[in-house]
Design a protein around this ligand. Sequence first.
Ligand code: ADP
Ligand code: ASP
Ligand code: MG
Length: 428
Amino acid sequence: MARIVMKFGGTSVADIDRIRNVAKHVKREIDGGNQVAVVLSAMSGTTNQLIEWTREASPMHDAREYDAIVASGEQITIGLLSVILQSMGINARSWLGWQIPIKTSNIHGAARIEDIDGTEIIKRMQNESQVAVIAGFQGLASDGRITTLGRGGSDTTAVAIAAAIKADICDIYTDVNGVYTTDPRIVPNAKKLNRISYEEMLEMASLGAKVLLTRSVELAMIHKVRLAVRSSFEDPETARPTRDSDFTNLTTGISNHPGTLVCDEDEIMEQELVSGITYSKDEAKVTLVNISDKPGISARIFTPLSEANINVDMIVQNVSEDGKYTNMTFTVPEGDLDKALKVIEDNADNIGYEKILSATSIVKISVIGVGMRSHAGVAAKMFETLAKKGINIIAITTSEIKVSVLIDAEYIELAVRALHTAYDLDVN
Ligand code: ADP
Ligand code: ASP
Ligand code: MG
C-alpha cells in the first residue's frame, strides 16, 4: 500500500470526458489498495479566459479580486471530479484552498505556500478511505482572502500537499508521458528519461521546460518528496496500480515507474554528460549604447534595477575601442521589459548613455547536465554546433551544471535540434 498524490493539469481535465478518464486513473489506484489525494488544475484555457475577463473589466484591478476571479476555475474541476467519483461508488470530497486550509503569504497573484495542516485529510483517508480532491493554484492569506500561486501553480500545490500528508510519491499527470531530453513538441525524437536528479530538473524547469514548475521541484527537493511525471493519456484501465517498488530501492535496479522519476543524483546509475536542452522565449534584451567605460558604471545601471525587483540574467559589456565609451547589453524577463526601460530612463542622468535599444525577438537556449562538473568541453561543443549552423551568440552564461546562450528567436528550432543531435540525445 502506498499513499499517493495524483495531480492532473489543464489538458487532463479539459472536458467531462477527460475528467471521467481522470476518475478511472483514481479508481485504479484505490482498487489497488492505495490512499489517494488528487490535486487538479482548471480546464485548459479557463484560467486564461478568467484573466482576460478581469483585464477587460478593469485594466488596473485590485489584486485580491483578481485572485477571487482566477481561482474559480479549479473550483469547477474539483466539484466535477468528486461527483463523478461518487457516482462510481468512491468516497470523494472536494477541498478549496481555504477549507484545508493551505496558508500562504499575502502576495496576491504570486503567493507562497507557508503551511498546510494535513491531519484531517489523513484521518479521512485512513478511517473512511475518502479521496481528497483538492483545488490546485490557490490558498488563503492571513488577511482572510483567497490567493493564487502564479501560473502553473497547481504543480506546487501537489508537492506541498504530498509533503503535508507524508505521501510516498507525488505523480504529476500531464499530456506527455515523462520528462524528455528536450520539449518533444520541438524535437519529435527526443528521449524520455527514466530518472532525472532534482538539481537537473530544477535547472531544466527554471530554464524553460514547463513540464514541471520550478517552485514545485524546489519544494520537492527541500521536503524530500518523491516526484514523478507521467501521462494521463495512457489507458487508465490497462495501467497497473502504483506499488512501493516503483519508487523505493532505486539503487538496486531500474525503476518501475511508467514515467520519469525525479530523484537524488546518486540514485541515477548511468549519468549522461548532458541530460537536457531547454529554450525560453520569455526573455528581453536591453542595450545601452555609448556608456562611459569607467569604474562604477555597472553599479549605476544594475543597482536601480535590482531595487525595482527586476531580475537581470545575462550581461555582456563590449570591449571599449577608445577606452572611453562602450556598450552594455543585458537580459530581463519579457514581462519586466517596460519596467526596466523606465528604471533606466529615470536614472539616465546618473548612468549617462547615448541611446537605449531593446528587443524581444530573442531566445535563451540552455544545455543542462550534472556530468559537466567532471567533464570539460560541453560549452565548446555548444558553441561549435551553433557556429556550424551559422547562428550568432549574443550572450553567454554558465553555472556548474548548465551553459546558456542567447540567440535570435528565428533559430530556436534549428538550434535545439542541432544541439540535441550533437550531444547524442536523439532516439535512433
Ligand atoms: P499541464 O497542463 O498538465 O500542467 P504543461 O503544458 O504545463 O501541462 O506541461 C506539459 C508540456 O510541457 C508538454 O506538453 C511539453 O510540450 C512541455 N515540455 C517542455 N519541455 C519538456 C520536456 N523536457 N519534457 C517533457 N515535456 C516538456
Ligand atoms: N490553472 C492555473 C493556470 O492555468 C494553475 C495550473 O494549471 O497549474 O495557471
Ligand atoms: Mg503545468
